[in-house]
Design a protein around this ligand. Sequence first.
Ligand SMILES: [Zn+2]
Length: 313
Amino acid sequence: MPIVDYGSDIYGIDLFEEGRPFRSNAYVIKDRQIAVIDTGSSNSHEVLVEGLAQLGLGASDIDHLIITHVHLDHAGGAGQMMQKSVKALLHAHPTGARHLIDPSRLVKGARQVYGEEMNTLFGPLIPVNENRVIAQQDGGRLRLGRHTLTFYHTPGHAKHHMCIADDISQGIFSGDMVGIRYQPGYTGWDFPYGFPTTSPGDFDPDVMVASLNRLQMTLHPQRIFHTHFGMSEPADEAFDFSRRGVHYINELIKELPEPVTYQLIYQALSQIIGQDLRRLGHKVDTTDPLGVDLMLNSQGILVYIQKKAAGKL
Ligand SMILES: [Zn+2]
């Protein structure tokens, strides 16, 4: 099980989400109290447990499970982990916390996005006892020992998203907020590539930029720990590619012909990513390695356009 040691007692476990390496990380902070950030889906549960074992930890050693947001590839496995991590508390955004206690709406929402493939992709969801769930307010803190974590509500990708700042590493555990860092091991390209993620439901480009600005300008972090995947250092690199991507998405939305369809968005999105890659000096002739996310991002953009047109934003 590949584990990356990021220093400051922070470790990344590759969860082999969707059966692929370099797709999703869980992060572990090994302090006097042990924290795990994002569990991955329930299909990743065994891999997470194995990874913890390699770090000399049993599930019952975990004190805090922290969920950046309740999309299934981040939080789907929280229920299983909480069953085994008998002393752990589960921390989430107040809106997300409700869904971890009663996952029925989460299942419904995910089924709308992924259809019947949902179970194969992410596995079953187990509810968590509400007495063990802590709804973290914006600015909430958690002291692990040496490390103190601060929670920030960061909408834009999802309304129930929060980022977690760590004082020791000067890092932010960014979930899906500060873009995705596509690693060569995932894309097959010989360079990392960054782009924001706009998964369906709550994407809002203006809100996303506001959250990016807030994190960068008020915290001045040194590094970003992406759930997908690994670390961006300096952190500004990730803020830059995220803002650049949102800018391209805004341009794309302006130029889409009516009536807007998913297909049109998908094509336009692969085109702008292709252009971005070439502008960055990379010679690639296909954006296919990003296929799954192109699909999700196109859905996210479509939902945003529809909501905006219906005056629902
Ligand atoms: Zn997400």
